[in-house]
Ligand binder design. Sequence first.
Ligand code: GUN
Length: 287
Amino acid sequence: MTARLIDGKAIAQSLREGIRTQVAALTAEGRRAPGLAVVIVGEDPASQIYVRNKHLATVAAGMHSVMKVLPATVTQAQLIAVVEALNEDPHVDGILVQLPLPRHIDSKAVIDAIAVEKDVDGFSPENLGLLAQRTPRLRPCTPYGCMKMLEASGIDPSGMDAVVLGQSNIVGRPAALELLMKGATVTICHSRTRDLPGHVRRADLVVAGIGKPEFVLGEWIKPGAVVLDVGINRLPSGKLVGDVQFEAAKERASWITPVPGGVGPMTIAMLIQNTLEAYQLREGIRV
Ligand code: GUN
């Protein structure tokens, strides 16, 4: 079997177009546009690209974009003061502090400073807790994007054996909660998992978010499984690859996401979606 591709780029484009239409309708009614603030600390080249793409997507959706570029030498107190000012800014509905932060800054303290109603990353204990209780409010963008991709492809995780590789707060844990909420039987594998290939071989659905290039061998994939590859890794040659051996996995899976053009574009689309949702929550607009 050769897998069907889940075209994240196309699904993201259509979601973003839908959001742009909704924003245009809001502003046509005389309402203010939703606003997203992105804070970047230091000059990590990958983070600079991500943040630029987030800014461009915000503007393309017709939203108000605020960028705060801070030097790597900024103190934690100064960074938290910037976040607190954004908490108070009435034109800002969503706040995202790009991770990773320099080592002298405690990321948790900074994330905890973001007002929960503006936490468009869905990283706060409250938003993650609401997802764990099956009453999500603002949901972490990458796992939320994975669920949208399944939905757009007509894949229902209910009853599936799902294996999530990686236990990060950004991807693995919330992805497991999302899949559990949809009725999958979920296993989270991590660096101490015994026999990781054995878990993958039994999986009807695999979400790979470990950040290791082509770590998941194609031969581990159960014939007919669905593969969502969250990894974006640059090889020394400059080529971008996921966490899964794409060419080999594609011959066994029923559906697979490519890298690039898979989960990556969805993360940005869901950030814009979350900004709209945060705006609707703050403005008391029911959807
Ligand atoms: N760095 C890598 N991914 C993310 C993300 O989803 N949100 C933030 N804030 N930083 C990141």
